[in-house]
Each structure stands twice: as C-alpha cells, then as structure tokens.
Unconditional design. Structure first.
Length: 437
C-alpha cells in the first residue's frame, strides 16, 4: 500500500483518487477551494443555476470505466443521455447546419441540406481520421506512453508536420465545413495553424460515438465522484493550498501545504504544474489555453432567436465567435442561458449576440459575468489545459509520469489533454502506472 497525495480536486484529481483508492492505496486529496469539482460545477444567482463547465461529453465509455473501476457502475449513480444534435452552427451568410452525432448517414444528410455534395465531402473528410484514431487509441490514449519509446506509427503521427489548418484546406473546399471541423479547437482558444492535423480526429469521435449529457447537468458527475471518494475512504482536505512537492534524494517524499507537509510515496499533480515549483521548470515552454469571456443570463418568457430547449450549443460564427447554451435550472416561465465569446470583443456580449439575431436583452432578469481572469483565479488555473503551439506541444505536456520520480500528472494540463473524456483517460493512465497496492 502506497501513501498517495493527489493535488487538485477537479475531475482529473477526483477520478485519479477514486481509482487509486480502489486499487488499495491510502489516498489523500488536497484542494485549495472550499469544494470539489473544479470546472464541473455551477453558478447560481437570483433563482437561476447555470453549468460553469461543459454541458456534454464525448466517449461515454470513459465515464463508465471510471465508475466501474472505482466501485459501482455508472448507471446506478447517473443517467447518461445521448444528444441527437452535437451542436448547431450558424454562419454569417445566414445558412446553418445542425450537426448530428453518432451517425455517418445523419451527418451526410445534414450537410447535404446545407448544399448538395457537402455531405459526401464531410464524411470523406471524417473517414480520413479512422486510422489515426485506432493507432492513437491503442498506443497513446489508453496505455501509458513513453515519449522516447514509441511505435513507429504513433511517432509518425505525433511528430507529423501537417497542421489542422492545412489538413482542413486539403480535404474541405467549403469554408463552412472547415469552420465546423475547427470549432472544438477554436472555441477552446487554439489556432488551427498551431494544432496538429491528427487532433482533428475529434470529428471522427463525434461521428462514431456521439455526444452525451447527464440528466440533471454535468455537475452531477462531480457530485457522484465526491460520494465515491467518501465510499473509498479517501481523506479530502478542502481549503488547503498545495505549495510544492518535497523532493529528497531525487524522489518525491511529501507535498508541502499551507497546513504542513503530507508524507507521500506517490504524488499526483492534477493541477497546472506551474503551481508547483518542483514541476514548473519542466513545463516552462508551454502556455495555458485561456478561457472565453462568459455571460450567464436568466431570461423571462420563451427563448428568442430560434434557440432550442435541447442542451446543445448554438455556435454563431464570425468575429467575435459566440456560443450560446441553454439549460441549467430556472424559475417557472424563465430560462437559464450562457453565452461564451471569443475573438475581438469590442462590445458587450449580449449586444454582439443581438446583432447576430438573438436578442436576450429585453427579457433579461438576471446576469452574471465571468472574465477569463476570474475563471482562472477561481479554479487555480485554466480548465482548458495547455495551448497548442505546434506539433511539439504533445511532448511538452507532463504525464502520466513526470521527470520527478514518484510524481505523476493527470488532468487537463497532462497527457492526453483537456476535455472531459481526455481528462478521464489521464486518470486511468496514472492508475495504470501506479498499479495495485
């Protein structure tokens, strides 16, 4: 049995703690905030409640595996619900497309409605990622990787020079299709020219496995994991700041906190490594991806501008790029809406949205604004992880092992990257490296 200290109480930290406790280790989790969950939380005001993080996820098998490997199956805790539509894209030329998930045929039909022939162009583009997915799933996403000992087919992809922008220009001749394909990265603050081409396989994952949400909101995943930690007898120290990893004789032996040192045989960093001086030098050449400007609003009456009641994103393309999410909870006769903004934000988000045909201002009864800086301060780092700065970025992330013996890395800043399914996979990789007691 190893004494494990996990730094960070977001999804990466709680998932890793639950897995390692089930493997028989003595686990302590340290979180600077008053509660667990990180970005998988809510914001509340004036009777409204909004999701503060993602409202859906890909690869539901990751969550199922996490709950099965840490105790009771997921279905006994939460209800996973498939989304018929992953997101709706509205373009500046006033055309639009609702992107279905989990069906090649449905996507082909949806894009053909946008313009004849675009469906075939789209599905042919997505099909080019099938081999990328299979290779990287087997040798990168689902097993601990060794940067200096990679199978040739994996190294060829991770070290390839083709950017996502170049790949999209090669396979998609319609600019609207390129916007759809690049959207998951643009909305997370990345430039397609800096994202490696293979990362575009997210479109393949959406098409093959679909998008899913949790009945009652994605924050319920964090609540279920907190209960799982109690079941697994994980010692949880909230309101406790981890200052550094204590290293003696070249190995981690403790975590220094503002409440004293916690002895450890194994340390898991599930926060931005810049917060821990012992790890910071190893990520000095990376940058965090900055969160968007966020505006949570409560409105009275019906949803305007053709906004759906269904919990999927409406993406309004242009500069600025706007993303509108409905959902959350609201008093009777009201709706909770969240607006994200990226790009040149020279005016109020709701003014920019009104110019694009969705005017929430006349029905407004509640509003909470959250700047990127406020979000980073609240969560102690960016939940969007490491900014893509070209193909070398993939090797500059830490995890599951780190250069400091006894220290592992999970979460959005670790391998294999940000996003709920990939953060969940990072926890599985750390558990595989540490192994059973």
């Amino acid at each position: 049995m190893a004494r494990v200290v996990v730094v960070g109480g977001g999804l990466g930290g709680t998932a890793t703690a639950a897995r390692l406790a089930k493997l028989g280790h003595e686990v302590t989790l340290v979180e600077r905030s008053a509660g667990l969950g990180g970005a998988l939380g809510t914001v509340a005001a004036d009777g409204f409640r909004w999701e503060s993080g993602p409202t859906s996820t890909l690869l539901p098998a990751v969550l199922r595996d996490l709950f099965r490997k840490s105790g009771r199956p997921l279905e006994r805790e939460l209800e996973l619900v498939p989304l018929d539509v992953v997101r709706e894209h509205r373009f500046e030329d006033r055309t639009s497309v609702r992107l279905p998930g989990g069906s090649r045929a449905a996507q082909l039909a949806a894009f053909d409605e946008l313009a004849p022939g675009l469906g075939r162009m789209w599905v042919d583009h997505v099909a080019t990622f099938a081999e990328d997915w299979e290779v990287l799933r087997r040798h990168y996403l689902e097993v601990p990787w060794r940067p200096d000992d990679l199978p040739r087919e994996v190294a060829a992809r991770l070290d390839g020079r083709e950017s996502l922008r170049r790949r999209l220009r090669r396979t998609l001749r319609d600019e609207r299709l390129r916007m759809v394909a690049a959207h998951p990265f643009v909305v997370a603050g990345h430039q397609p020219r800096d994202v490696p081409g293979w990362a575009g396989m997210e479109a393949y994952v959406e098409q093959r496995f679909g998008a899913w949400t949790v009945a009652g909101g994605m924050h319920r995943v964090a609540e279920a994991l907190e209960n799982r930690l109690a079941t697994r007898k994980v010692s949880v120290l909230t309101g406790t700041e981890a200052r550094d990893v204590v290293v003696r004789s070249g190995r981690a032996v403790a975590v220094r906190t503002d409440a004293g040192d916690l002895d450890a045989d194994v340390v898991v960093c599930a926060v931005d490594p810049r917060r821990l001086p012992a790890l910071a030098p190893y990520v000095a050449r990376t940058m965090p991806a900055i969160p968007p400007v966020v505006c949570h609003v409560g409105i009275e009456g019906e949803l305007p501008g053709g906004l759906p009641d269904a919990p999927y994103d409406v993406v309004v393309h242009g500069d600025p790029l706007l993303v509108v999410r409905t959902g959350g909870t609201a008093p009777d006769g009201h709706h909770a809406v969240t607006v994200h903004g990226r790009g040149h934000l020279a005016e109020d988000l709701l003014v920019a949205l009104a110019r694009r045909g969705v005017d929430l201002r006349r029905q407004l009864v509640a509003r909470v604004d959250r700047s990127p800086r406020e979000q980073v301060l609240e969560w102690g780092g960016s939940p969007l992880g490491v900014l893509w700065q070209g193909r070398r970025t993939v090797r500059r992330r830490l995890g599951p092992r780190t250069p400091v013996p006894g220290v592992y890395a999970a979460g959005a800043h670790a391998t294999p990257g940000s996003g709920l399914p990939f953060v969940g996979l990072s926890a599985a990789l750390v558990a595989a490296e540490v192994g059973p007691a």
